[in-house]
Ligand binder design. Structure first.
Ligand SMILES: NC(=O)c1ccc[n+]([C@@H]2O[C@H](COP(=O)([O-])OP(=O)(O)OC[C@H]3O[C@@H](n4cnc5c(N)ncnc54)[C@H](O)[C@@H]3O)[C@@H](O)[C@H]2O)c1
Length: 257
């Protein structure tokens, strides 16, 4: 590999990915593993251990840690465990853990609204704080937040989710301005309509919406975890040194049609 291509490699880098037990975050972890990173997946779901074992390779180990990003004590304990597994260093954090709930705004249950903000926004902030402190001490770090198309749109039926993802986009900008000068880049990706368990019910429960989404996407299909690998490896790598505070759409062109 020549010196230029080495900038795109994650060899020797240590990463924490929240929400990696399945779905998009698992796919992102697969990309990081193939780019050479050592990884800890942190997820509320015990299946994170299975997921980590399935990704792990002798030269790029992947570990699983159980933790709840919406519970500060659990998060702090899990972060300490992640750090221990990575030998005290973390170069990359992907804040991927997220939940959703569908309801008309007028019926939206308050407890669900609060829970979604706790996981998708407050949990993301607290995790960024913990990893950010380590990264600032190192003088190096890359944080990648998973925002959404709904960071930009007033997506109906998902008031809690949309509010949280709008917050994620804004928080990405705040953290980047505070930390850019100290070696820590903070960016977000905003996936469009991606096929995962989170969205699986749209195809069966609302086939009309499923099809109408496709007609709106210039690329002509829903996205998948595979589509997030390139951009996340790039943002996690040294090749993206001068990029911070951005929210990059990965939506097959949906937003511009
Ligand atoms: N699927 C899409 O179309 C889409 C689009 C845009 C953004 N996103 C975002 O991508 C991320 C991954 O979504 P996905 O579609 O893969 O969903 P998913 O449900 O497959 O994965 C989410 C993961 O987060 C974990 N998680 C949930 N609550 C947690 C908590 N309190 N603490 C720790 N982990 C927790 C889950 O166990 C799961 O492994 C989310 O942030 C989601 O909002 C998804």
């Amino acid at each position: 590999m020549n010196d230029f291509m080495k900038k795109f490699s994650l060899e020797g880098k240590k990463a924490i990915i929240t929400g990696g037990a399945h779905g998009l975050d698992y796919g992102i972890a697969e990309g990081f593993r193939d780019a050479g990173a050592e990884i800890v997946l942190m997820d509320i779901n015990e299946k994170v251990h299975e997921a980590a074992a399935s990704l792990s390779r002798p030269e790029t180990p992947v570990y699983g840690v159980v933790g709840d990003v919406s519970d500060k004590a659990s998060l702090e304990k899990a972060y300490a465990e992640c750090l221990e597994k990575l030998g005290g260093r973390v170069d990359i954090l992907v804040n991927g853990a997220g939940i959703q709930y569908r309801s008309l705004a007028e019926d939206f249950p308050e407890d669900m609204f609060r829970k979604i903000l706790d996981v998708n926004l407050v949990g993301l902030f607290l995790m960024s704080q913990l990893a950010g402190r380590t990264m600032l001490q190192q003088g190096y770090g890359r944080i990648i937040n998973i925002a959404s198309l709904s960071s930009f749109f007033g997506a109906s039926m998902i008031a809690g989710y949309t509010a949280s993802k709008g917050g994620v986009a804004q928080l990405t900008k705040v953290l980047s301005t505070e930390w850019a000068g100290r070696g820590v880049n903070v960016n977000a990706i905003a996936p469009g309509y991606m096929k995962t368990e989170l969205t699986a019910d749209i195809e069966t429960k609302n086939p009309e919406q499923y099809k109408s989404v496709i007609t709106r996407i210039p690329k002509g299909r829903w996205g998948s975890a595979e589509d997030l690998k390139g951009i996340t490896v790039f943002l996690a790598s040294d090749a993206s040194e001068y990029i911070t505070g951005t929210v990059i759409l990965v939506d097959g062109g949906y937003a511009v049609k």
